[in-house]
Design a protein around this ligand. Structure first.
Ligand code: ZN
Ligand code: ZN
Length: 393
């Protein structure tokens, strides 16, 4: 039987301008002036210093890059980082296919197959924690491959247009009832960016498994859904730069914003159900509302272990707490002499034991500790403590 080859183009999580930079510079090609970097660094106090040549006391025209200031002598340098475009006097390192990368990010780039596989596996694990397994694949014998830019030139016997180049591809081959998935990832992509690409491509594979063959969904919406999953992951991992980047890229023709808003109203489950069982090309409120009625949106758990003064996870999804889903930290009362916490309708000081109705039973809840942003509880004498975080300031 002939294998059906479903190739749905993958992410463009890296902007086009950045991708032109990633391509091997061809001879005779005029060098376009680099666009202003999106996230300019804060100017540090003291004398101004160029991060490229390290000259201090800069005057005249100074350029800002996300990694720092660049002087007017370094700015026109021919050699630029294949990822971020900063001019370079000496590269921080090179890939096997000759791309040169800056010293600022070379150490964060992923080149090896095993390393890329690990990034993918961690991504899938976090998506499971985040979405409760709704994005799990049925066919899990999946192949993760890393490719260099040369790949484009060998693929079809002639170079592929630069605008067609992507940091990732998802491919599903269907033979009979079996599916075989492959994810192709560009080498030399920073680890956090690669995780976003993995989330995006993984969603393509899920859609390949779950969307009926005749389902006509708008292409920008398909890409938008994949970006939305990457966005959710970045939000749960508290990666601000990734979130900004996903929102800013023009790959989904603006669908990402529509879908972020739709997800907030109706939840991820409704969107995925709509992808699977809906009939219209673009998700609308009425059809999403019908799917979300069965499974209303819930606040996503955080994937970041608590650090002081950071945004709070509600419950650690990895731990297996007693039936405490209905425990709520209502407020913390902190004075220099006294600490108290209101949990449901009870007020606790450290050491207090109180009875709280949890679902159908009454639990004995003991307050172990009150922190500035959380309360630690033991339910029914369990040593598996429950930490409730104070949300918001
Ligand atoms: Zn300089
Ligand atoms: Zn760079």
């Amino acid at each position: 039987m002939e294998a059906k080859n479903l190739i749905r183009n993958g992410a463009l999580l890296v902007t086009a301008a950045l991708f032109l930079a990633a391509a091997a510079p061809s001879a005779g090609q005029a060098k376009a002036p680099a666009p202003p970097p999106p996230d300019a660094a804060e100017v540090p106090p003291g004398p101004l210093k160029c991060v490229v040549c390290e000259k201090t006391g800069l005057t005249g025209t100074i350029y800002r890059h996300k990694f720092g200031l660049v002087c007017d002598q370094c700015r026109p340098l021919e050699r630029t980082c294949a990822n971020c475009g900063i001019p370079m006097r000496e590269p921080g390192g090179k890939s096997a296919d000759g791309r040169a990368f800056c010293k600022f990010e070379f150490a964060t780039l992923v080149f090896k197959q095993e390393e890329a596989r690990k990034v993918y596996d961690e991504t899938v694990l976090d998506l499971r924690r985040l979405l409760g397994g709704v994005l799990d694949l049925k066919f899990t014998n999946l192949n993760v491959q890393v490719f260099d830019v040369d790949y484009w030139n060998h693929r079809s016997g002639r170079p592929v247009a630069e605008t067609m180049r992507r940091p990732g591809f998802a491919q599903t081959i269907t033979a009979g009832r079996e599916m075989k998935h492959t994810i192709l990832l560009l080498s030399g992509v920073p680890r956090d960016d690669l995780a976003s690409v993995c989330a995006h491509e993984h969603t393509h594979l899920w859609l390949n498994e779950n969307m009926p063959e005749l389902r006509a969904m708008e292409q920008n919406t398909i890409e938008g859904l994949c970006e939305l999953v990457a966005f959710k992951l970045a939000a749960a991992r508290q990666l601000e730069t990734q979130q900004t980047r996903i929102r800013r890229n023009t790959y989904t023709a603006g669908r990402i914003e529509t879908l972020i808003a739709a997800e907030q109203r109706h939840g991820m489950f409704a969107l995925l159900e709509w992808a699977r069982r809906g009939t219209n090309a673009i998700a609308d409120d009425a059809s999403l509302a019908a799917f979300s009625a069965k499974n209303p949106p819930r606040p996503a758990p955080s994937l970041v272990s608590p650090v002081p003064a950071k945004a709070p996870p509600v419950l650690n999804p990895a731990a297996k707490p007693p039936p405490v889903a209905s425990l709520r930290l209502i407020g913390l009362f902190l004075t220099p002499k006294k600490r108290a916490a209101q949990v449901n309708d009870q007020l606790f000081e450290p050491g207090d034991v109180r009875r709280i109705q949890l679902g159908e039973k009454i639990a004995m809840v003991k307050c172990i500790e009150i922190r500035t942003n959380a309360v630690v509880l033991s339910v029914d004498g369990s040593t598996n403590h429950v930490t409730l975080w104070h949300v918001g300031r």
